[in-house]
Each structure stands twice: as structure tokens, then as C-alpha cells.
Design a protein around this ligand. Structure first.
Ligand SMILES: Nc1nc2c(ncn2[C@@H]2O[C@H](COP(=O)(O)OP(=O)(O)OP(=O)(O)O)[C@@H](O)[C@H]2O)c(=O)[nH]1
Length: 166
């Protein structure tokens, strides 16, 4: 299995029409920086960066050409998220729907995960497709290498199962 990296994020005006490049892949790893709950887009100050990640995520989930592609979701930058929460930055101030939930790593991460899961569920063209979520800090290269190896194994297994070789 080979890996190709397409950065489909970045400034909105520079995002590519990427779908045609993805018709022969087994999996997409989507990185969502959940530490960015208190930030807005540089190019559009009205848009919260997590909202933007959710929109981008939706555009991938909804794509019929990608209906059979596994989606691995990295809720990333959790170290930065934890630092912000410990410093007293309140999620509910930026994400009103967070309400009175505890301003701590696990409930915050679970809350954002539920948002991504809901987007996937309501937009996927393939109701049987599962989402494989992980909380990550990809700057921890050792842990990330181990995780990517696990992900790779899981995808290979699934691929073999789907082709009834296991
Ligand atoms: N502490 C920490 N830093 C990270 C993590 N992931 C990426 N970064 C750093 O964040 C910076 C921006 O990298 P990315 O987030 O990949 O790039 P980007 O999405 O184009 O940039 P941003 O708009 O800043 O998010 C780089 O310096 C990365 O090393 C993480 O999990 N933890």
C-alpha cells in the first residue's frame, strides 16, 4: 500500500478540486485541528475554524466517488487543546452549543467527535461505512508512527475481508 498526501485544507480560495485524484485509494486520513475552537479563518473572520473543518469533512463524506473509501479521522492537536483548556479558555464562549459541559479534554474531544460522527452519518452515501476516529498530536512522531502502522494494518485487513480472502 502506498501513501499519497493531498493537502486539501489551507486558504479557502486555494483549495483544489481534489476528488478526481482519489478514485483508487483505500483510505483517507482527515486531520481536524480541534484545538482551533477559539479561532476563525484568516480569509473569513465570521467562520470558526472547527465549523470550517466540519464543512470540509462533509464535502469528503458526501462524495459518491469516495463512498467505499475508509475514513480515518484524526482529531489533532490535542496537546494544544489541553493547554488551552488548562489555561482557562472556555469552549462554550466560542461554541455556544457546548453549553455547561465540563471544560476538560475528554468531554470536549468527545463533543467534537460527536459533531464529526453526525456529519458523516447524515452525509455518507454508504450507510455501512464506518468512521475510524483517533485523538492525536501528530508532532509526537513516535506515537504517530505507531498509530499510522495500526491504521495501515486495519485498512489492509478490511480490504482482505471485503475481498473475502479472510
Ligand atoms: N503541538 C502540536 N503542533 C502541531 C500538531 N499538528 C501540527 N502541528 C504544528 O502546527 C503547525 C501548522 O501545521 P498544520 O496544522 O499541519 O498546517 P496547517 O493546517 O496548514 O496550518 P494551521 O492553519 O496553522 O493549522 C506546524 O508547526 C505543525 O508542526 C499537533 O498535534 N500538536
Amino acid at each position: 500500500m502506498d501513501w499519497r498526501i493531498f493537502d486539501v485544507g489551507g486558504h479557502r480560495d486555494q483549495r483544489q478540486t481534489w476528488a478526481p485524484f482519489f478514485d483508487d485509494v483505500n483510505a483517507i486520513i482527515f486531520l481536524a485541528p480541534i484545538s482551533a475552537f477559539d479561532q476563525v479563518l484568516v480569509e473569513d473572520k465570521k467562520v470558526n475554524r472547527i465549523e470550517d473543518s466540519l464543512l470540509l469533512f462533509r464535502s469528503i463524506c458526501v462524495n459518491k466517488l469516495l463512498g467505499k473509501v475508509n475514513i480515518v479521522l484524526f482529531l489533532n492537536k490535542i496537546d494544544i487543546l489541553e493547554r488551552k483548556l488548562k489555561a482557562g479558555v472556555k469552549v462554550s464562549r466560542y461554541v455556544r452549543s457546548y453549553g455547561e459541559r465540563p471544560n476538560e479534554l475528554q468531554p470536549v474531544a468527545s463533543y467534537f467527535l460527536s459533531k464529526f460522527m453526525a456529519v458523516h452519518k447524515e452525509s455518507t452515501p454508504n450507510p455501512l461505512r464506518e468512521l475510524y476516529p483517533h485523538l492525536t498530536k501528530v508532532t509526537d512522531t513516535e506515537a504517530s508512527a505507531a498509530l499510522i502502522s495500526d491504521v495501515r494494518e486495519m485498512i489492509l485487513r478490511k480490504h482482505l475481508q471485503d475481498s473475502s480472502l479472510m
